[in-house]
Design a protein around this ligand. Structure first.
Ligand SMILES: Nc1nc2c(c(=O)[nH]1)N[C@H]1C(S)=C(S)[C@@H](COP(=O)(O)OP(=O)(O)OC[C@H]3O[C@@H](n4cnc5c(N)ncnc54)[C@H](O)[C@@H]3O)O[C@H]1N2
Ligand code: MOO
Ligand SMILES: [Mg+2]
Length: 402
């Protein structure tokens, strides 16, 4: 990693670049389909057969020769019933029909299906009131997928529909990048567990819930490892106990200039975690490095809740993407016009909380790093560049949609 800028702050882009140099994709793993939801495919998956594998009926009705029903109304003999799954079919000769169900294979000779609603529903003889043209309600073999077609490419996140097609092409096991397991550890003597009473001087601990949820939203598995007080030794012990199950660790708090900064005090001396000031607001104090024999990446995020959240969006989320074998970069932005004037400290890139409506964005009231309620009311981060300190209402800005 490079040194910080002399006399100043490390650029946001450089901090992310350092992180992405260290963080590597997790090794691919073959898993049962039941465990694949949310993981990212690490192989191209093709279909061994065409889908549908055979011509079949799209409706419950009668398989006919279109020319036999062209003069409807007509009355024709029914030679048999075909249910979905039936394999031994009698061919439909001229002037004959077969009763057929949705999904059942088309019998030889038939080239259209008359829906039951267009008939009297007869079982030995049927009166067809309306003609079905050639090919009507017939689903052709290969209409969805040709044999050998790649249905999903490596790098695709497996959602419900993707899981469906994996099963649909007969796969039981797939090779994926597993969801990164991320342990979230909060620090602070003032933190009380939500649900417990609050003593004077305490606040309810929110960051571990928020960050573990953010991990899940980013495709990982987030584990809350609770909050530890401000003792670096206790912090190190807790961290050590958690490392076995972690592909990455996020800590919150204890990284700034106070007298009790357990994360900085515990990790600083290891020499593998660097604490820096990044040119951003919020989220200036940042720690990043590796810990333990397996060199597990660790993100030591600032404790202010909004700072933690913004740090996650800018640094942890791209790192989790890389771990999942996906392209990683700073979040994409869209352009919008600010409805109110914006202020930003000189030399730091601001990420102001706002509400995006079409092509305008309105900063929320309450831009402090502690104002979590204001963050929760926002759906966007307004990016104000390092060299800009003020922007009048009506200015064009870059916005990250949350
Ligand atoms: N003299 C200076 N003081 C501070 C500086 C500085 O440069 N010089 N930087 C400020 C900035 S910017 C930030 S951000 C914070 C970072 O502080 P820490 O990472 O050391 O975090 P803490 O001191 O532990 O807590 C800060 C703040 O956040 C609340 N907090 C912490 N953890 C949680 C949690 N899990 N859930 C809810 N809230 C939490 C904590 O109570 C504090 O209010 O430092 C500034 N100070
Ligand atoms: O930079 Mo701090 O992260 O303002 O709150
Ligand atoms: Mg502190």
């Amino acid at each position: 990693m490079k040194q910080s800028d002399p006399g100043g702050l490390k650029p946001v882009d450089r901090h992310l670049a350092d992180i992405l140099t260290t963080v590597q994709p997790l090794p691919p793993l073959e898993v049962d389909l039941e465990r694949a939801l949310g993981a990212v495919l690490a192989e191209d998956v093709s279909s061994p057969v065409a889908l549908p594998p055979f011509d079949n009926s799209a409706m419950d009705g009668y398989a006919v020769r279109a020319e036999d029903v062209a003069g409807a109304p007509v009355s024709l003999p029914v030679i048999e019933d075909i249910a979905a799954g039936d394999a031994e079919l009698r061919a439909v000769g001229p002037g004959l029909v077969t009763r057929i169900m949705t999904g059942a294979p088309m019998p030889g000779g038939a080239d259209a299906v008359v829906p039951v609603e267009w008939t009297d529903g007869g079982t030995t003889r049927v009166t067809i009131h309306k003609a079905a043209p050639y090919g009507h309600a017939v689903r052709r073999a290969g209409e969805d997928v040709q044999a050998g077609d790649v249905v999903l490419s490596a790098g695709t996140r497996i959602g419900a529909a993707q899981l469906g097609i994996l099963a649909g092409v007969g796969r039981r096991r797939v090779v994926v990048r597993p969801r990164p397991r991320v342990v979230v550890l909060s620090t602070g003597a003032e933190l009380a567990e939500p649900g417990k009473p609050l003593a004077h001087g305490q606040i309810w601990e929110s960051n571990s819930f928020m960050l573990a949820a953010a991990v899940r939203e980013a495709g990982g598995e987030g584990f809350r490892a609770g909050a530890v007080t401000d003792d670096p030794q206790v912090f190190l012990e807790r961290l050590d106990a958690q490392l076995v199950r972690a592909d990455a660790v996020i800590t919150s708090g204890g990284v700034s200039m106070g007298a009790y900064e357990p994360v900085k005090e515990a990790l600083g001396p290891l020499g593998t975690v660097r604490f820096e000031k990044v040119a951003m607001q919020p989220g200036m104090p940042q720690g990043f490095g590796v810990v333990g024999p397996d060199k597990v990446p660790i993100f030591a995020l600032p404790g202010n809740p909004v700072s933690s959240f913004v740090s996650f969006v800018l640094f942890v989320k791209p790192a989790l993407r890389r771990m999942q074998g996906l392209p990683a970069s700073l979040p994409e932005t869209v352009r919008a016009v600010t409805t109110s004037p914006l202020r930003s400290p000189e030399g730091r890139r601001s990420y102001l909380r706002g509400v995006l409506t079409g092509e305008t964005v309105a900063p929320v009231s309450g831009q402090g790093s502690h104002q979590l309620a204001a963050l929760a009311s926002a759906d966007a981060l307004i990016v104000v560049p390092e060299d800009v300190t003020e922007l009048p209402a009506g200015s064009e800005v870059e916005v990250i949609a949350l």
